[in-house]
Design a binder for this molecule. Structure first.
Ligand code: DGL
Length: 264
């Protein structure tokens, strides 16, 4: 049987990444783990986020995963280096930040880019540092937007509440004159259209769905890891299960999926 891809997030936001992977790599089977018992990661300490990420990665490796995809910007910012070093020579570890930075730099036209993300992602400085290293000529303005993920999770999008919150954050003067914006949280894909409307389509938006799935394709090609055909079903585990999480999955994934409860 072909080995699965291991994907994890703090909760169900990473399903937006899982969906893109299933669309772009239809022959791949995956094991998704959403750490709903510890959500949100965005307000947690570095120590806690690293501890959770280690435990989940151990579970994915024990289940024969051929890659670990950190489908969460916060865990990518805080835990990527540790996981990459720990699994070096064993399985590739893919984060959602590097592929976005590469795409922004490859575009070649951006001068001033904005970043919206959780507090932990912004405070880690990882996006700023990576962008500066790859192209110091692109100015980056960052803004933590902690209300967005819970708002989206509670089902507020394309309505008065989401419009007000989005406008409030994005009209921040730091974003004056930006030509592009990174949606630095896997939840934000669900409000991408509204963000686009706010900027009247004049700002290029980057998110961690297709860009990450293409990065995985590239890594799999070079490491000879592509599956020839899909063998078995995907599994979607969560560390805490509620009706609310189950109901939200279809908004994040696009299809109805069945969550399975698993305490690590
Ligand atoms: N999925 C997380 C991210 O991409 C955000 C949610 C959280 O704070 O746990 O950063």
């Amino acid at each position: 049987m072909e080995r699965p891809i291991g994907i994890f997030d703090s909760g169900i936001g990473g399903l937006t990444v899982a969906k893109a992977i299933s669309r772009i790599l239809p022959n791949e089977r995956f094991i998704y783990f959403g750490d709903t018992a510890h959500l949100p990661y965005g307000d947690k300490s570095k120590e806690a986020i690293q501890r959770y990420s280690k435990g989940i990665s151990k579970f994915l490796i024990a289940n024969n995963c051929k890659t670990i995809v950190i489908a969460c910007n916060t865990a990518s910012a805080i835990s990527y280096k540790y996981l990459r070093d720990k699994y070096a020579g064993n399985v590739p570890v893919i984060n959602v930040i590097d592929p976005i930075i590469e795409a922004v730099v490859a575009n070649g036209t951006h001068k001033k880019i904005g970043l919206i993300a959780t507090k932990a992602t912004v405070q880690s400085g990882v996006y700023q540092e990576k962008m500066n290293r790859r192209n110091p000529g692109i100015a980056m303005e960052v803004l933590p937007t902690p209300l967005l993920a819970p708002m989206i999770e509670e089902g507020f999008s394309k309505d008065k509440i989401s419009k007000t919150v989005i406008e409030n954050y994005l009209s921040n003067p730091v974003f004056e004159g930006i030509d592009s914006l990174i949606l630095g949280c896997t939840h934000y894909v669900l409000i991408k259209d509204e963000i686009n409307d706010f900027f009247k389509g004049r700002v290029t938006l980057y998110d961690s769905t297709d860009i990450v799935a293409h990065k995985i394709t590239e890594v799999f090609k070079s490491e000879n890891l592509l599956s020839i055909k899909k063998s078995g079903d995907n599994h979607f585990y969560v560390s805490d299960i509620t009706e609310g999480f189950q109901e939200s999955t279809s908004r994040f994934y696009g299809d109805n999926i069945k969550l399975e409860h698993l305490k690590l």
